[in-house]
Design a protein around this ligand. Structure first.
Ligand SMILES: C[S@@+](CC[C@H](N)C(=O)[O-])C[C@H]1O[C@@H](n2cnc3c(N)ncnc32)[C@H](O)[C@@H]1O
Length: 210
């Protein structure tokens, strides 16, 4: 899928579906928060949520006073929805969040981060060229000693997400793609319950940049 049709797919999803009408909705992003806590970030640390969409992870990070939070997504509609919710819930505290409407495979990072989080965005990159472009951005954007948390469908998870084909991973296959600059420090599975009660098997892998 090229960049233009990818963007129009996601803009259409967020323009036509409510928060609880998408399979990946999570009231409480507990699995991600647990892994972010393991990283033991210091005060003022910077976190970027790649393909964050309208996820509530940003709310939880701002509530926990994580220093600098950035949300990147292809869909401007998703970012607008997240920003409006955050402003309503947290008022002035929402102002510090950076919102980046971009395709991660062509984005040019202008700064570095202590932690990179991605829940269910990387797995859409079915073309090896896009995966290489993603890893290039990862190397540019994550500080040495920084953390990378990637959640994908597990090897026994669904074959599609949002009607699109995806690639399923375990920690070893993801580790091979990220390469030797990223040391695997944690691997766990998570069963996500969709808003309509189906179970989706996820794999969360955490790496430290050497
Ligand atoms: C399944 S949703 C997950 C959203 C969010 N991470 C969550 O856990 O609720 C996938 C998200 O990745 C975004 N996305 C897909 N491909 C992307 C790309 N190449 N660059 C940036 N965002 C992308 C979509 O717009 C969508 O918001």
């Amino acid at each position: 899928m090229n960049g233009v049709s990818r963007k129009s797919h996601w803009e259409n999803v967020y323009a036509t579906k409510g928060e609880r009408e998408v399979s990946w909705f999570q009231e409480d992003p507990a699995p991600s928060l647990e892994l972010i806590a393991l990283a033991g970030l210091s005060e003022g640390a910077s976190v970027i949520d790649i393909g964050g969409g309208a996820s509530r992870l940003v709310d939880a990070l701002v509530e926990r006073n994580i220093g600098q939070v950035t949300v990147l997504d292809l869909s401007a509609a998703a970012l607008d929805a997240a920003r409006e919710r955050l402003e309503q819930r947290l008022g002035g505290k929402a102002a510090g969040v950076q919102w980046v409407a971009a395709d991660v495979t062509t984005w040019e990072p202008t700064r570095t981060y202590d932690l990179w989080h991605d829940r269910a965005a990387f797995h859409f990159l079915t073309d090896p060229t896009d995966r290489s472009a993603y890893v290039e951005r990862l190397k540019k954007a994550v500080k040495r000693g920084g953390y990378v948390i990637i959640g994908t469908f597990a090897l026994d998870g669904p074959e599609k997400c949002s009607g699109l084909p995806i690639v399923r991973y375990d920690a070893a296959s993801l580790s091979t793609i990220l390469g030797s600059d990223f040391e695997l420090i944690d691997a766990r599975r998570h069963d996500h319950a969709t808003p309509w009660g189906a179970v989706q098997r996820f794999q969360f892998s955490t790496f430290r940049r050497t």
